[in-house]
Design a binder for this molecule. Structure first.
Ligand SMILES: *Cc1c(COP(=O)(O)O)cnc(C)c1O
Length: 371
């Protein structure tokens, strides 16, 4: 089945005497035992599993063409659960422009237990020289945040397989509707479901999806169930509701993203536009090959410095000046000041999450802010 169909049907796991068409919200934290002590309802205690979380995991595994999914209370926790599952002393290879929250996590929480090299993963030929005896994982993020770099998933999957490394991909900017890293050879896909999957800026969540059930996945499932950083049934219910329209929302984000990128590319006050759908993007061909659309995220360099960039984000009226992305409402931010003093993000960079408003209104707003 196609994503549109999976999105609407795979999220309904229900067993109800009221003949519901959609799966109801089930808030019970505990479930009845049978006479023999078993749990014929399939659930024991809601930290371990519950009907709404199982439905969410089911739909995400199907959408990402994986074997199973683990849902977490945030994207950061989803990533952290994979890092926690690695043996202390392991070496991992991560992108130099990794999502700053993960970079911070690796450099603080895992500083004493994991060895990390942050490298330019667009240089595929250069990766092998970083692989060591204790390397276990290559983490990629594509498109990347905030520079919208594209990483060649299939090419890096070959390197990972040849060296028996796990390949994990943060696919948040693409959503499960624009790219499926498992189909390209990745072992694990990660999403912040706070972003496109939720799509309405009102749920925090994260997910890992595995290509196969194996020892590493068992450890991750154990961290989820015993560690307990799980989403509530209501969070899962909201995410399932959001996913039903994900494919259609992504089409709108892609159309608006492309139109805004083309407009900004020609604007005299803009020095550079980072959007993988522009033929001028250095990895345009890879993006075209591995994505079915280019998404709604773009970054631009405003002519000048931090002051000129901040002037634009302060002058727009329709775009909300806020961090995060993937919601129906357009967001804009001066990225360097969000990331803090040790950021490598250019001071004149503005990151835009293009929402689903009419593109003419969005362009008119940016236009008045730039002029
Ligand atoms: C937001 C984000 C995360 C972290 O997710 P949270 O839900 O905020 O914890 C990870 N990766 C990327 C690319 C993100 O945009």
């Amino acid at each position: 089945m196609k994503s549109e169909t999976i999105a609407i049907h795979a999220g309904n796991l229900y067993r109800s005497s009221t003949n519901d068409v959609t799966q109801p919200l089930n808030l019970s934290t505990t479930f009845l035992r049978d006479a023999d002590g078993g749990y014929s309802g399939g659930h024991m205690y809601s930290r371990v599993s519950n009907p709404n979380r199982s439905a969410l995991e089911n739909i995400l595994a199907e959408l990402e063409k994986g074997a199973e999914a683990c849902a977490f209370s945030s994207g950061n926790t989803a990533g952290m659960s994979l890092f926690q599952a690695l043996k202390p002393g392991s070496h991992i290879i991560a992108p130099d422009d990794m999502y700053w929250g993960f970079k911070k996590q690796l450099q603080s929480i895992f500083a004493d237990t994991l060895e990390i090299d942050f490298i330019d993963l667009t240089d595929v030929a250069g990766i092998s020289s970083y692989i060591k005896e204790n390397t276990v994982l290559i983490w990629i993020e594509t498109p990347s945040n905030p520079l919208l770099k594209i990483t060649d998933v299939a090419a890096i999957a070959k390197i990972a397989k040849a060296n028996r490394l796990v390949l994990a991909c943060d696919s948040t900017f693409a959503s499960p509707c624009l790219q499926n890293p498992i189909a390209l050879g990745a072992d694990i896909v990660m999403h912040s479901s706070t972003k496109y999957i939720g799509g309405h800026s009102d749920v925090l969540g994260g997910v890992l999806i595995t290509a196969a059930k194996n020892e590493l996945w068992d450890k991750i499932r154990n961290i989820q169930q015993v560690g307990g950083a799980v989403p509530s049934p209501f969070d899962c219910f909201l995410l399932i509701r959001s996913i039903k329209t994900l494919a259609y929302r992504m089409r709108g984000h892609c159309d608006n993203g492309m139109a805004l990128a083309l407009y900004l590319e020609k604007h005299p006050k803009i020095d550079a536009v980072y959007y993988p759908g522009l033929p001028a993007h250095p990895q345009y061909e890879i993006a075209k090959a591995q994505m079915s659309g280019f998404g709604g995220m773009l970054s631009v360099l405003v002519k000048g410095g931090a002051d000129e960039a901040r002037a634009v984000v302060n002058k727009v009226k329709l775009f909300a000046q806020a961090t995060s992305l993937g919601g129906v409402e357009s967001l804009i931010e001066h990225r360097a000041s969000v990331e803090g003093p040790d950021t490598k993000t250019p001071q004149n960079l503005i990151r835009i999450s293009v929402g689903l408003e009419h593109i003419d209104d969005l362009i008119a707003d940016i236009d008045q802010a730039l002029n």
